[in-house]
Write a protein that binds this ligand. Structure first.
Ligand code: 2RA
Length: 336
C-alpha cells in the first residue's frame, strides 16, 4: 500500500513510523511529507532512506492512505485535496472531528461505521481515545448517565516545544521558547490548549463532545478538568461514571477483560494499578483502581492510562488503516 505520513518530522510522526514498522503494515511505497523547510530531508524507514516531499507532491503521488499529524490548519486545507485524488486521509488534528459528515473512530469501539466512501476519517483526541476504549462496553451494558473526568496529561501531548521546555527546566536552564505560560518541571498546569468563553479549555470540551459522538449518545452528562503534568510516558485519567443501570464489579471486570487492546491492572493487595511508567511505548489502554462510588447509586471510579503518542495518536491511526485494508475500504472506487 502507498502510504503518506504528513507531519513526518514531528513527535507523533516519528512514533507513526515506529508503529507502522512494529505492526508490519504492508507499505509498498512510503511518502514522508513535511513543511517546505523540511522538504529534501531524509527519513530512514526499515533500512531504506526516503526523501521528505511537499504536500502538493504527496497529493500528486495519489497514495492509498495519508496519515496526518500536522495540525488543524494544514489538515483543513490539504485533506480535501488528498481525498479528491482518491487518497483516504486519517487525520490526528481536531479539524474534522466534529464535522457531522466525518467519522470519529476508535477501532475497538466504532470502526464498523467506516465505508469506502469515507475519504477523510478523524482520529479522536488522545485523552478521548483511551477513555472510550474502557467506557464503550460499560455504556452498552449499563448506559452512562454522567461522567466526571480529571486528566493528568503528559507534556509530550503538546509536542517538541514542550519537551524542550521540560528538559531545559529539568537541567536548571531557562527555557528560551517555552510552550507553556508557566514552568512545567515540578509543576502541574490546569490549562491544556486554550480557554473558551465558558471558562473550560478546548481540551476539556473535546472530552465532552468527542465522547458523545463516539458513543453515539448526546444525553451523557460530562464535565472535565484537564491538567498538564511533568510526566513523559502517557496520559492518566481519573473517571467517575454514573450509570443508568445497576452493575457489579465482577461484571465490570469481566466486560473490560474482553476488550481487545485493554489491559486490566487492578489489585490493591499487590499495589497493582496503571502508571505512565508502565504504559510508555505500549499500544494498549490500561485500566485499574476500579471501585464503587459509594456516594451515589450505580457509581464507578476508574483510573485509565495510555501512551498518548501511541494509542492516543499514532497507534489508533494505524489501527484505522489496518481496519480499512482488512475490509478492502481503501484504494477502491467509491461505490455509486
Ligand atoms: C494534548 N491532547 O495532550 C492534546 C494534543 N494531542 O496536548
Amino acid at each position: 500500500m502507498k502510504v503518506a505520513v504528513v507531519g513526518a518530522t514531528g513527535l507523533v510522526g516519528g512514533v507513526m513510523f515506529e508503529v507502522l514498522k512494529e505492526h508490519d503494515f504492508p507499505i509498498t511505497e512510503l511518502v514522508p511529507v513535511a513543511s517546505e523547510r523540511s522538504v529534501g530531508k531524509q527519513i530512514d524507514y526499515r533500512g531504506k532512506s526516503y526523501t521528505v516531499v511537499s504536500l502538493q507532491d504527496a497529493v500528486d503521488a495519489r497514495c492509498d492512505v495519508a496519515i496526518f499529524s500536522a495540525g488543524g490548519s494544514t489538515s483543513l486545507e490539504w485533506a480535501p485535496k488528498f481525498a479528491e485524488v482518491g487518497t483516504t486521509v486519517i487525520d490526528n488534528s481536531s479539524a474534522w472531528r466534529m464535522d457531522p459528515d466525518k467519522k470519529l473512530v476508535v477501532p475497538e469501539v466504532n470502526a464498523d461505521q467506516l465505508t469506502a466512501a469515507d475519504r477523510i476519517i478523524a482520529n479522536p483526541n488522545c485523552s478521548t481515545i483511551q477513555m472510550v476504549v474502557a467506557l464503550a462496553p460499560l455504556h452498552r451494558a449499563y448506559g452512562i448517565k454522567r461522567l466526571v473526568i480529571s486528566t493528568y496529561q503528559s507534556f509530550t501531548g503538546t509536542g517538541v516545544k514542550a519537551v524542550k521546555q521540560y528538559e531545559q527546566e529539568r537541567d536548571g536552564q531557562k527555557s528560551e521558547d517555552p510552550a507553556y505560560h508557566y514552568p512545567i518541571f515540578e509543576n502541574c498546569i490546569p490549562h491544556c490548549d486554550v480557554f473558551l468563553d465558558n471558562d473550560y479549555t478546548k481540551e476539556e470540551m473535546k472530552l465532552v463532545h468527542e465522547t458523545r459522538k463516539i458513543l453515539g449518545d448526546d444525553s451523557i452528562a460530562i464535565t472535565a478538568t484537564a491538567v498538564r503534568v511533568p510526566v513523559h510516558g502517557g496520559h492518566s485519567e481519573s473517571v467517575n461514571v454514573e450509570f443508568h443501570k445497576p452493575f457489579t464489579l465482577d461484571e465490570v471486570r469481566k466486560l473490560l477483560s474482553e476488550v481487545p487492546g485493554l489491559v486490566l491492572q487492578d489489585d490493591p493487595k499487590t499495589n497493582t494499578y496503571p502508571m505512565p511508567l508502565l504504559a510508555k511505548h505500549r499500544d494498549e489502554v490500561f485500566v485499574g483502581r476500579l471501585r464503587r462510588d459509594e456516594s451515589i447509586e450505580n457509581g464507578l471510579n476508574m483510573w485509565i492510562v495510555a501512551d498518548n503518542l501511541r494509542k492516543g495518536a499514532a497507534t489508533n491511526a494505524v489501527q484505522i488503516a489496518e481496519y480499512l485494508r482488512k475490509h478492502r475500504l481503501v484504494g477502491t472506487e467509491v461505490p455509486a
